[in-house]
Design a binder for this molecule. Structure first.
Ligand SMILES: CC(C)(COP(=O)(O)OP(=O)(O)OC[C@H]1O[C@@H](n2cnc3c(N)ncnc32)[C@H](O)[C@@H]1OP(=O)(O)O)[C@@H](O)C(=O)NCCC(=O)NCCS
Length: 160
């Protein structure tokens, strides 16, 4: 059975909460000082992604479905000019997650390509994303799909 990509609906909120929390915990594992994980991370994602999914002219929340089960999601939105970043109006891909059992079969690619198509329809001249320095699997995916490296974020803790 092929994976299908579709816009998220209200009944996807629990799955979105679970996957969003997993994404946050993964990042916390990469660098626990830089990437926060609030106590209520799962309910926070459930609320936030559910809310964003109800604003289809500004935000895009897609899910990947396999055999009737949600196995991944991708969240992006239109962003305005950011002078500090020297970044004109653009689409931003903020989150992408594929459940471990479904990885390595093209689901991530389908989600990312569908996100680019939808953000382009909404008027984005380009799609910008950030990926953790240690996240080599994600960097391979994005590079393969045509993203180029454009910024390097660096973090220094305050002196004691
Ligand atoms: C990054 C992530 C979304 C990729 O999802 P995915 O569904 O595994 O992506 P794909 O299947 O499209 O590609 C993954 C690999 O499978 C390979 N692949 C894709 N389709 C394939 C197929 N039909 N047969 C065999 N291999 C295939 C790809 O070549 C790729 O290989 P690589 O590891 O050498 O790059 C996933 O690993 C994930 O959810 N990671 C945790 C969350 C995360 O890191 N998100 C990014 C935050 S910025």
């Amino acid at each position: 059975m092929p994976v299908t990509i579709r816009p998220a609906k209200d009944s996807d909120a629990p799955a979105l909460g679970r996957m969003g929390a997993a994404l946050a915990r993964q990042h916390h594992g990469f660098d626990s000082r830089r990437f926060m994980v609030p106590d209520d991370v799962e309910s926070g994602y459930r609320w936030w992604l559910g809310k964003e999914a109800r604003r289809p002219q500004e935000a895009v929340v897609l899910v990947a479905e396999l055999d009737g089960e949600v196995v991944g999601y991708c969240y992006g939105r239109m962003e305005g000019v950011d002078w500090n970043m020297l970044l004109d109006k653009h689409g931003a891909l903020h989150d992408i997650w594929v459940e471990e059992a479904a990885r390595g079969t093209g689901t991530g690619r389908l989600l990312a390509e569908a996100m680019v198509r939808r953000l382009t329809e909404l008027g984005a001249p380009r799609v910008v994303l950030s990926t953790a320095a240690k996240n080599e699997a994600a960097q391979r995916l994005f590079t393969r799909l045509g993203w180029r490296p454009t910024m390097v974020e660096m973090t220094r803790e305050a002196p004691p």
